[in-house]
Design a protein around this ligand. Sequence first.
Ligand SMILES: C[S@@+](CC[C@H](N)C(=O)[O-])C[C@H]1O[C@@H](n2cnc3c(N)ncnc32)[C@H](O)[C@@H]1O
Length: 320
Amino acid sequence: MTDGSSPFVQEIVRDLQRTQARISPKFFYDKTGSTLFHRITTLEEYYPTRMERAILEKASEEIARSIGECWTVIEPGAGSCEKAEHLCRLLRPRSFVGVDISADYLADGVERLRGTLPGLSVHAVAGDLTEELLLPPDLPMPRRTVFFPGSSVGNFEPDEAVALLSRILRLLDSDGLLLLGVDLQKPIDVLEAAYNDSDGVTEAFNLNILNHVNRLIGGNFRAADWLHRAYFNKERSRIEMHLEARRATAVAWSGGRRRFKQGESIHTENSYKYSLESFRDLLERAGFDRSEVWTDDQGWYALFLARPGAARKSQRRIAS
Ligand SMILES: C[S@@+](CC[C@H](N)C(=O)[O-])C[C@H]1O[C@@H](n2cnc3c(N)ncnc32)[C@H](O)[C@@H]1O
């Protein structure tokens, strides 16, 4: 598909022409990319999914007690909806709304959820989290829990993460809650192994972005010309993923082209690793407060449960 006027095409072409070329990580997720991501979550080296699930299982009673009555669970970036199923069994909401950029993959996920939890009203929304989040118009406002697992918040620059969390806050009433997974700082060898697995699944996931981009912009990227690179940037406290040109390469797309020197890279993902304090600070900047947190024994991964702050409450009181 090539439509030069589409915002996605414009974004990709603009980002490819930057001095440090980049492709937004949201373009990882065509159907192949979503399937590869799901495989990543099962890898030995990829600790976040395993740890998050373990924390959720161990603290499930406490989490359920802290959340209390929940009418609606909303999951931005719901993907396969596997984690949503677990949370919906725990909280027994009336409805679930999954939002994802990968619409076909989400459609399969919600279909499975309808099958396993037949009493739950399930909605799928194809949407981009970097924009305003649009929910079904008749969704009741009270007693919503936004569930944002998988440390997806780490893929955003800290200021963008604050903006995203503020958009999430606008989906909540004063009794709303945000339950989200955050990957914490840990030894560099553990971090780097998680993004350089021995089966090469993360490499395939990173390279697949080029196939997706080719389809979107009518490009001629050849995956064989690019190397997967993932390393920890200590100064910025983030894993960076890049695709590095194996040799001097010219890439063309409908209406444009760019030459890459050998060794030049396209930056495809960041995954920020926070301390508990630095993430709490982010939540506060976005307008959340009184957060509770659960971690594993090593303090490598955290589940935060955050509530709208006092400013949010008085705003709604004035508005109503
Ligand atoms: C890291 S996966 C997490 C999936 C699942 N929530 C989990 O925890 O295993 C990120 C998910 O968010 C979706 N996604 C990524 N960027 C997005 C964006 N900008 N807007 C909407 N969905 C996005 C992807 O399609 C994918 O399903």
